[in-house]
Ligand binder design. Structure first.
Ligand SMILES: [Zn+2]
Length: 168
């Protein structure tokens, strides 16, 4: 038997259009999610730069007090900042030499690199963290990048089985 009030042609046409629309919506959702992820990363890098500087300066201050005999060894080192061990540390890059990415201890932009999109120069930033901590072996990673056009542009990556942060 046939349903007189239903046209298969109309249904198939409508189905095709809805499926295409669904693909477009999904693609757009993917792009929006990627943009959200990128902006959240940029936000945590900006916070991270501030945190690393603050914690380093606090650690230096405690070490100075220890050297002056105002703080005990335990009080100094119990809370000593160990960059990248329990957080991701961020620095401006002083220079890149071969495989080495070297942090600037002044916490100020020093090395610049141009954005692949708009060609403007931006300060090179680096992240440093322990990404693997196990009896089979540790992994410490450094990554250099710039932030421009609301995107993170990676420049260089380097990994080691032990701490290898160089600051100068
Ligand atoms: Zn740009």
């Amino acid at each position: 038997m046939r349903l007189e009030n239903i046209s298969m042609d109309v249904i198939e046409d409508k189905l095709r259009k809805l499926e295409n629309r669904s693909l477009r919506v999904n693609a757009e959702k993917g792009e929006v999610d990627r943009n959200i992820g990128e902006l959240k990363s940029i936000k945590s890098i900006v916070r991270g730069l501030e945190n690393t500087e603050r914690r380093t300066k606090e650690g230096d201050e405690r070490y100075k007090e220890y050297r002056e005999g105002k703080l005990s060894y335990n009080d100094c080192f119990a809370s000593y900042y160990d960059p990248g061990k329990y957080d991701t540390a961020y620095y401006f890059v002083s220079r890149i030499s071969g495989e080495d990415i070297i942090a600037n201890k002044e916490f100020e932009p020093k090395l610049y690199s141009s954005c692949p999109k708009c060609k403007k120069e931006s300060p090179v930033i680096m992240s440093y963290e322990q990404t693997e901590d196990s009896p089979e072996g540790d992994t410490w990673e450094i990554e250099a990048f710039i932030i421009c056009c609301e995107k993170i542009h990676k420049i260089k990556h380097s990994a080691s089985s032990s701490r290898f942060l160089t600051i100068e």
